[in-house]
Design a protein around this ligand. Structure first.
Ligand code: ZN
Length: 265
């Protein structure tokens, strides 16, 4: 409860005024907006690893703290459950999801495949403004790295979200964004502190390759980038079926290496 309260506290101040504006209209649309805000706030807390897996999410406590209706909280929790970020059990209420190693491996595989589609879609097609936006995003990562670890985690994830958004494919964003958030849960459970963050220099290399339209290089850097994060996340000896995860990664390592050799040739 304490973790939930402090996670919500951090976020509630920033959105108080938005919620206030929303509540002035007591109609269906405002309830939907409230639900979206609660959804965004809880998603953000999961991304920044402020909320641990299995944290209880009682409707009443959340609605009181955020001063929104229980209906809005319930709708938000249902949306999060659809994204597999929250588990709702009859008579037990909602908790933050806890992906198993097997599920973590699945999240990894699907995320890699979809981010590959993102790269293929964007290589050589980014506008100057988009390149600038991406470079500014990496600049922010560097700024947060020392002074604000929670925002840093959110910002590195934001780089991948921004790329997905730039494809202009609603379908791609719809499927990839929950996977990016689920990744944060996987890192929370299986990662070691400081081991699960993106490498900002690789983000810059990805932008460089996308900008000049070197699709092979952009693909291979992205693959290696994701493999490195996940390998670090799952390299803890305490994970019993670590072998199966490594087997899953093996295939991508080979693809990534051969693509890199081709790109450097
Ligand atoms: Zn990254």
């Amino acid at each position: 409860m304490k973790a939930l309260k402090s996670a919500l506290d951090r976020r509630s101040r920033a959105t108080d005024y938005v919620l206030l504006a929303v509540r002035t209209k007591d109609d269906m649309a405002s309830r939907k907006n409230e639900a979206n805000l609660v959804y965004d706030m809880l998603t953000r807390a999961i991304i920044e690893q402020a909320l641990a897996p299995e944290t209880k999410l009682p409707e009443e406590a959340i609605s009181k703290q955020l001063n929104v209706s229980r209906h809005a909280v319930r709708s938000a929790l249902q949306m999060l459950a659809a994204d597999e970020l929250v588990e709702i059990k009859q008579n037990k209420g909602a908790t933050v999801a806890k992906p198993s190693v097997e599920q973590g491996r699945d999240i990894l595989r699907m995320r890699m495949e979809l981010e590959d589609v993102v790269i293929r879609t964007l290589a050589g097609k980014l506008t100057a403004a988009q390149v600038e936006e991406l470079r500014n995003s990496v600049k922010l990562e560097h700024e947060y790295l020392e002074k604000d670890p929670a925002s840093y985690k959110g910002q590195t994830s934001s780089f991948h979200r921004t790329l997905a958004r730039m494809t202009n494919s609603k379908l791609l964003s719809k499927y990839l964004e929950p996977l990016l958030t689920q990744s944060s849960l996987v890192f929370y459970i299986y990662g070691r502190p400081h081991w699960t963050k993106c490498n900002s220099d690789e983000h810059t290399e990805i932008i460089d390759a996308l900008e000049i339209g070197n699709i092979d290089r952009a693909q291979s850097i992205m693959r290696m980038h994701l493999e490195a994060i996940y390998e670090r996340a799952f390299s803890d000896d305490k994970i019993s079926d670590i072998k199966s995860l490594h087997d899953a990664l093996d295939k991508y390592t080979q693809v990534g290496n051969s693509a890199l050799r081709k790109a450097n040739a």
